[in-house]
Design a protein around this ligand. Structure first.
Ligand code: BV8
Length: 259
């Protein structure tokens, strides 16, 4: 895409954002890529040659909970020193600039909350929480510091009630929290513009949200360095990394906002 076309698309998206009363943003693993978090389907997303879909599954946990816990501990250890990047921070600032901006994330890394986003829906849970398999309301917030205390064990942690603990995330084949899904659908239907940032748009039901937004009359803008199954249907495609394009969009909004 040439520079003039890119600038035209940025202006189109920025003007729509500046004029919008309600904005929704659907994010995926790509927005955390510039923080150093491996994406799911990118080249560095594998662990010991297991595909995420084969480990992030209740059957894998039933079969070998210790192996699944080893993978999550490995991910937590990799994530612990990392921080939200310019893309997360730009979205958090936009929330203050736009009357109503809701982030709907598929990510479990907690980076949007750490960046300051408050109107936030975590569709797939959060890797820094443990949940009891016997009593799901027994939920425990974990911190990177907790990792130091953990010996390199492949054991399976247990709740005080005796139940096995699992990461508080949604695995493949598991239903998402209905209230969270309902809130996400409402947010994208109310939005005049939906930004779809850093997702391969292959995991459902999250990947169904752009079509729901489009049907409700939202302008759908994709931000991704690569083509995805959404690209052809998006109204505006901004090809590039979120950490560059979101701050660029924020500048366009700022210019538009200034009376
Ligand atoms: C459910 C938590 C039903 C765990 C995750 C066939 C057709 C349709 C659907 C299905 C099907 N077969 C099975 C299904 C259902 C299945 C599904 O969608 N499977 C897919 C693989 C086909 N979905 C489910 O199972 C869901 N549940 O359907 O339940 C049900 C109903 C009632 C009762 C019982 C059951 C549950 C899905 C949730 C799974 N959990 N994560 C964990 O993390 O450990 S999903 C996982 O994938 C992550 O959350 C991740 O976010 C998500 C989506 O991936 P992406 O975020 O898009 O990441 P990816 O690596 O794929 O792409 C990164 C993108 O970023 C790329 O496009 C890249 O170009 C871009 N990028 C890279 N760098 C940058 C960038 N973009 C911007 N800037 C950059 N710098």
């Amino acid at each position: 895409m040439n520079e003039a076309e890119h600038r035209h698309r940025m202006e189109t998206a920025g003007k729509a954002l500046a004029a919008a009363r309600a904005v929704a943003v659907l994010t995926g693993a790509g927005i955390s890529a510039e923080s150093g978090v491996p994406t799911f389907r990118g080249p560095d997303g594998l662990w010991r040659n297991f595909r995420p879909e084969n480990l992030a599954h209740p059957d894998a946990f039933a079969r070998d909970p210790a192996l699944v816990w080893e993978w999550y501990r490995w991910r937590r250890r990799r994530m612990a020193p990392l921080s939200p990047n310019a893309g997360h921070l730009a979205l958090a600032r936009m929330e203050a600039a736009v009357p109503s901006l809701t982030v709907v994330t598929q990510n479990v890394d907690g980076f949007h909350a750490r960046a300051g986003s408050r109107r936030l829906l975590e569709l797939h849970g959060n890797i820094w929480r443990d949940r009891c398999c016997e009593n799901p309301d027994h939920v425990f917030q974990r911190e990177p510091a907790d990792l130091e205390g953990e010996v390199e064990q492949a054991s399976v942690p247990r709740c005080a009630c005796g139940g096995l603990l699992r990461p508080d995330v949604v695995w493949f084949g598991e239903a998402l929290d209905p209230a969270t899904v309902q809130a996400a659908v409402g947010a994208v239907q109310r939005a005049e513009i939906l930004l779809v940032v850093g997702t391969s748009s292959v995991v459902y039901p999250a990947a169904a949200l752009p079509a729901i937004a489009h049907a409700a009359g939202s302008l759908v803008v994709e931000i991704n360095p690569e083509e995805t199954p959404l690209s052809a249907a998006a109204d505006v495609v901004l090809r590039g990394p979120a950490g560059v394009l979101l701050p660029e969009l924020e500048k366009v909004i700022g210019r538009e906002f200034r009376p």
